[in-house]
Design a protein around this ligand. Structure first.
Ligand code: PLP
Length: 467
């Protein structure tokens, strides 16, 4: 009983810490003021021989770990894809960790398995995934994408599973703006980076369909085997959208797998103005969308939707005796990928969807998009700055380009602005390059970001640009 009381007290203290954190994440610098090695230097060389009291562990978390973290929950986090954890999802994570199920077989947790089916159907319906597709949760879009490519490889050559890669090279089609995980998947699947073909983009950084068709035709003439096209709805650098419908017509014509990477922007399809974002998906084979990017679900939860789930099972299913079951009419998620034991990730998505409701989510996504559009309008209105790409969602690529700075110096100049803003702790940004042009990137996606925060970012940028 004493032990239970002690435990309750520890839980209460952590709960209080979390509640205070979410009340004021801005209490911390968004980007910590630490030098490399500084955290490790504060920690002992060896694990303690005997157990330590919880208050000492928590005190060290508060003193060493929290202040040296980059605070993705900070309202002035504008880097990469800005994300944030809804507190309700953090509660779900605590409950999932408490149950500590390994959701690999239906019988290793019926609730985790069936909630995953239900909650991914909910999400799929919200973003326009056909009802007969199957949803599966992975940790990240990188692994979900790898898994989709493995299914595509199995479809084109089922024998690879047993005898390994042989015959003419398999080809994967992307653009310069496709996320790098596709190339990594090609490495891991034995396809090879050299067989990842970069299709040309238009001026809006979107794949040009007739160039895709030309690449596939040329490969076929050369005796190569076109395997998969990856089209992106919301590319990482600019959030450009590859034209799905014409691309899908081409992949259908040639019998090539079409994987749609909507890791970031797929969530926007929940908003009525973006309902058509994934139009053409029914002619594709798989889709990935990341609730851990723009749906307020803490890292990690990536949803893969697949048209032919049997194809994915064929690619991965391998059941050793100790995992064999006779359960009928159930899904065993271990059959759909590399991983065996799986976290109970569906719980946090269920909590988030119920907590906000669809209307609440739409309202927040709209607010992020509106803030990004307003930020872009400030950049556009200032003759010393320029917007560098279309910005359909909540990310803006831009740079400082005053007449006084020579074009050759613009990259170093903008990199200095980025470093100065980030070092100041006032806001946190990242960058990219667009056709060789260095671009600053402002991503808005945090639940707590307000117009004041975006104005503060703009002020900080202008100050640093002229300092
Ligand atoms: N695809 C796109 C379009 C992305 O922007 C990203 C990450 O930003 C990924 C995939 C990889 O996501 P994850 O970190 O979930 O692997």
């Amino acid at each position: 009983m004493d032990q239970a009381n002690g435990l309750e007290h520890d839980f209460e203290r952590v709960a209080a810490w979390i509640a205070q954190y979410f009340a004021h994440p801005e209490r911390f610098r968004v980007f910590p003021d630490v030098a490399p090695g500084e955290v490790a230097a504060q920690l002992p060389e060896h694990a303690p021989r005997t157990g330590e009291p919880f208050e000492r562990i928590l005190a060290d978390f508060d003193r060493i770990i929290a202040p040296a973290s980059t605070h993705w929950n900070h309202p002035r986090f504008f880097a990469y894809f800005a994300t944030s954890a809804a507190p309700v999802a953090v509660l779900a994570e605590a409950l999932a960790a408490t149950l500590d199920v390994k959701a690999m077989l239906w019988r290793t947790s019926p609730a985790a398995t069936e909630l995953e089916e239900v909650v991914l159907r909910w999400l799929g319906r919200l973003i326009g995934v056909p009802d007969d597709w199957t949803g599966i949760i992975y940790d990240t879009a990188s692994i979900a994408g790898f898994t989709a490519l493995a299914a595509a490889r199995d479809r084109i050559d089922p024998a690879i599973r047993d005898r390994g890669m042989q015959g003419a090279p398999l080809r994967v089609y992307v653009t310069d703006h496709t996320h790098s995980h596709v190339e990594k998947a090609a490495i891991a699947l034995g396809i090879g980076r050299a067989n990842v073909v970069r299709v040309a983009c238009d001026r809006r950084f979107a794949m040009i369909p007739h160039q895709l068709a030309a690449c596939i035709e040329s490969d076929l003439r050369a005796g190569l085997r076109p395997m998969c096209v990856v089209a992106t709805a919301g590319t990482t650098s600019t959030t450009s959208v590859d034209p799905l419908e014409p691309i899908a017509r081409i992949t259908q014509r040639f019998g090539v797998w079409l994987h749609v990477d909507a890791a970031y922007a797929g969530i926007a399809a929940i908003v009525p103005e973006f309902h058509d974002l994934l139009a053409g998906l029914d002619a594709a084979d798989s889709l990935v969308v990341n609730p851990h990017k723009w749906l307020f679900v803490p890292m990690d939860l990536s949803a893969l939707y697949i048209k032919d789930e049997a194809q994915l099972r064929r690619a991965f299913s391998l059941v050793p005796e100790y995992l064999a079951t006779s359960d009928a009419g159930v899904r065993n998620y271990m059959d759909y990928g590399l991983q065996l034991g799986r976290r109970f990730r569906a719980l946090k998505l269920w909590f988030v969807l119920r907590h906000f409701g669809v209307d609440g989510i739409v309202e927040r996504l709209r607010a992020h998009i509106a803030l990004a559009q307003e930020f872009a309008s400030w950049v556009e209105a200032d003759p010393d700055w320029e917007v560098l790409a279309p910005h359909p969602f909540s990310v803006v690529c831009f740079r400082h380009r005053p007449a006084s700075i020579a074009p050759a110096d613009l990259e170093a100049h903008n990199a200095r602005i980025l470093a100065a803003v980030n070092d100041s702790g006032e806001a946190f940004l990242s960058h990219t390059k667009l056709d060789g042009v260095y671009a600053l990137r402002a991503a808005i996606g945090n639940l707590r970001t307000t117009r004041d925060d975006v104005q503060a970012l703009w002020r900080a940028l202008k100050q640093r640009a002229t300092a």
